[in-house]
Ligand binder design. Sequence first.
Ligand code: EPU
Length: 433
Amino acid sequence: MTKYIVQGGKPLFGEVEISGAKNAAVAIIPAALLVDGVCRIENLPQISDVTMSLKILEHLGAQIRTVNRHTVEIDCTHIHATRTPYELARKIRASYYLIGALLGRFGKAEVTMPGGCNFGVRPIDQHVKGFTTLGAKVVVESGFIYASTESGRLKGAHVYLDVVSVGATMNIMMAAVMAQGNTIIENAAKEPHIVDLANFLNSMGANVRGAGTDTIKIHGVDRLNGGSYAIIPDQIEAGTYMAAVAATGGQILIKNIIPKHMDCITAKLVEMGVEVEENEDTLLVRRTGPLQKTNVKTMPYPGFPTDMQPQITTVLSLAEGTSLVTESVWNNRYRYVDELKRMGASIQVDEKTAVVEGVDHLTGAPIQACDLRAGAALVIAALAAHGESEISHVQYIERGYENIVEKLRALGADIRSVDDLDQQSELGAAYIG
Ligand code: EPU
């Protein structure tokens, strides 16, 4: 276990290269289960959620060859099991994609109830609704989800999602690509990683149309073949570095991004007085003057992403005036606010709304990450604060940010990772994932 020690108050300058998208990678790896052949996946981020996803596939019988730091070849031709290992699968939220993938390929799946960051109730009823509409029987028993079909193959159908769900959209897509006949998913989520999964599946021989709109049409095929695919850059990692330079001041060039994916984040930062210059696959982000207040409401894509809410709230805690932040996707995603308050932030949370009264500066403190994006927000706060901060429980951050310490150090930040002996003794079985 490690913790980060940060000496704050230094503006960031330099260049940072964005890694592959976590939330695309954790869906595309299980989707490889659908492929009868070798699929080569490039631009995989080196993060613990990806390592865990690959381990689970290996456990199911996949042969995995590491080509280089960001490329693997996965061969699922000889998968021998449809039951996931309990301890591994419960540690990540994205293990729910194993249900859609196994069900799609073998008509049967036994998957651990998923883990993931703890910010309120995280139901999977819409996933289950999709699978049952496609003809599966789904039962939850003893910590496992058992899904099966009588004939061994799902049947295409019309699925209407009651809530816009990223996970349900992708899971149903995976289940449907090899179903018999046509499937239509209505009220589908439109996030960039949904388009990425559709592109991956299509490059392996699937027939998925309309991803990125709210209606996705899938024509079931008999088999997916091997192929090669590169994952898109991570919108949220890029947004986190934008928020970091907004908070500290300075100027950074963010490389390997898709500017269109960044529009929802760029728009808010520009309202706050941050300058953003867009090029083909880079963003130059500069903050020289004071930050202005603004209001932010999280929404499904193309709205402002919930996965950027803790980071933007942290930046707003340093803006002139009072801002309102409304979290409309998750019901308990403000647990980090108490940590920001230790650093001198003035934020009042009332259910889904945070009233953020900007302060002149934050001060360094011992603080604890409680989930992935909350942890990223605390790193931003510590970089901007006067004095030293010690951030513990950084394993949450490393679930989703590749080499965050090295990338920030290259931008001139004074941050280092050291052993956390206190946490080692307190940890044991307390992994929330
Ligand atoms: N919901 C339901 N029923 C369902 C599924 C979702 O009511 O069956 C509700 C949820 O409770 C939530 C809303 O629908 O209120 C949206 O949930 P969604 O299914 O879209 O979330 P998810 O697929 O579980 C993914 C990301 C999250 C990200 C959300 C929203 C992965 C592995 N996780 O979660 O990412 O916050 O979409 O964009 O892709 C993160 O990266 O830090 C992270 C938490």
